[in-house]
Design a protein around this ligand. Structure first.
Ligand code: HEC
Length: 407
């Protein structure tokens, strides 16, 4: 029962997380576009806002922006914050559900560092909290006055966090935590800076006082950071399903390239929507980042090197230590005979270049570690082997079942 509940819990959380994320990213793109598209309005002084006309869904919209606020508090005010909060809440639940609850499976790689699930959890949550504290200090420091200086420091910081996570967690655990640090900064920007500032402006309006423009400015700075973070964060969240992206020893460089490429694509759109011309060079640099990332992955991940016929970079002495585990011989035989040809460091199955989903099933240790996944993929469902290409028999599945469900 438990694996089934776990599987459906994971599905529901991921579903909610993606939907909330789409709403949030969509709103972020929309407001950046709107801000860039504002033109002078007859009834608003030039430096106090502007207006934009839009056509959508069978009608025309006239949207006006008042900087920092209109003269009086409107009766109906729509807030945009729950898109962000629900994305973060579902994301954290998903992190707990997948990476902390099943830490030995997804987060802890004894070949990197033999953590206990509790230490791994504390490092993960601690790292995420530290990320926000550091970023917020940078924005509030004198550096925060320069958008370029802040951007530079934040960039180096995120890459450093990726480097750190890479040296404590499994490769995919490191990627997801780097993404979680950035995503937490984004939501905390909304929760701890943008929203409180907007509430101060609303309070001033209610009191009939002129609101301080500094609140609007700080909010806009943080919301621009969020906008530049969007594409790299979505990349980091997705790339977990593509083991080639994180199985290189230079995974932190891949993070750096995703940050540069993703941010530049946003720069292109923000400039274009602002009527500042087409900054096509942004796409050129973003494409160069992508090519560099592919080249690094292909030439430095062990499996990709093997697939390309390049000599291995890992010497036997450096190879991850394997611990003795007790997997019954018949189970080992089945998995080695029906699964390992695809799920090994250097797969031998025609057309498979790298272990699918990064799942290795080629040593007793790896088989023991992946017990819950084997149960789900080959016993409870018959998703594996795909279309039963390696012809696993019902008797073999029964043997796997007895082993995987034994207490
Ligand atoms: C012909 C190659 C091949 C064989 C043989 C094979 N697999 Fe897979 N396996 C794949 C591919 C491809 C995927 C990725 C599927 C996807 O992306 O949806 C995968 C994914 C998986 C996953 C990850 C599923 C997920 O979504 O997280 C597990 C676990 C797994 N296989 C276990 C097994 C087991 C156990 C066996 C043997 C009983 C097996 N596989 C045999 C190719 C194979």
């Amino acid at each position: 029962m438990e694996p089934i509940l776990h599987e459906f819990g994971s599905l529901l959380l991921r579903w909610a997380h993606i939907i909330a994320g789409m709403a949030w990213v969509g709103a972020s793109f929309y407001f950046m576009h709107l801000d860039a598209a504002l033109r002078p309005a007859a009834d608003i002084p030039a430096d106090k806002g502007g207006e934009a006309w839009e056509v959508h869904g069978g009608g025309f919209y006239q949207v006006k922006k008042y900087l920092v606020a209109p003269s009086h508090l409107p009766e109906h005010l729509m807030w945009h914050k729950w898109e962000s909060y629900t994305t973060w809440i579902t994301g954290m639940l998903l992190l707990v559900w997948t990476y902390y609850y099943q830490a030995t499976l997804f987060l802890i790689d004894p070949g990197v560092m033999a953590l206990t699930p509790l230490t791994a959890f504390l490092i993960g949550v601690g790292g995420i909290a530290f990320g926000w504290v550091f970023y917020d200090l940078v924005c509030r420091s004198p550096l925060g006055k320069s958008a370029v200086a802040t951007g530079g420091v934040v960039f180096v910081f995120v890459v450093a966090m990726a480097y750190f996570f890479q040296h404590v967690f499994s490769p995919r655990g490191a990627f997801i935590h780097t993404g979680a640090v950035m995503a937490t900064i984004m939501t905390a920007n909304v929760f701890l800076v943008i929203q409180p500032n907007q509430r101060k402006v609303v309070a001033a309006l209610k009191a009939g006082l002129p609101p301080d423009p500094k609140y609007g400015k700080a909010g806009k700075l943080r919301s621009s950071h969020n906008n530049y973070f969007t594409l790299p964060v979505v990349f980091l969240m997705m790339s977990n399903h593509y083991p080639l992206t994180y199985s290189t020893p230079y995974a932190y460089v891949i993070v750096a390239l995703a940050l540069i490429g993703g941010a530049l694509i946003r720069v292109f759109f923000n400039q274009r929507h602002g009527g500042n011309g087409n900054w096509w060079w942004c796409w050129g640099v973003a494409a160069a980042c992508l090519v560099a990332a592919v080249a690094i992955c292909a030439t430095t991940s062990p499996a990709a090197r093997a697939a390309l016929g390049l000599p291995s970079l890992v010497t036997t002495a450096e190879a991850a230590p394997t611990t003795e585990v007790n997997v019954p011989a018949p189970v080992q035989d089945i998995v080695m005979g029906r699964c390992a040809m695809c799920h090994m460091a250097e797969p031998v199955y025609e057309g498979i270049a790298i272990a699918p989903r990064g799942i290795l099933l080629d040593t007793p240790e790896a088989i023991a570690r992946n017990k819950p996944l084997i149960l789900m993929q080959a016993v409870l469902t018959h998703a594996m082997p795909p279309n039963n290409v390696t012809e696993i028999s019902p008797e073999d599945r029964a043997v796997l079942k007895a082993w995987a469900t034994a207490p």
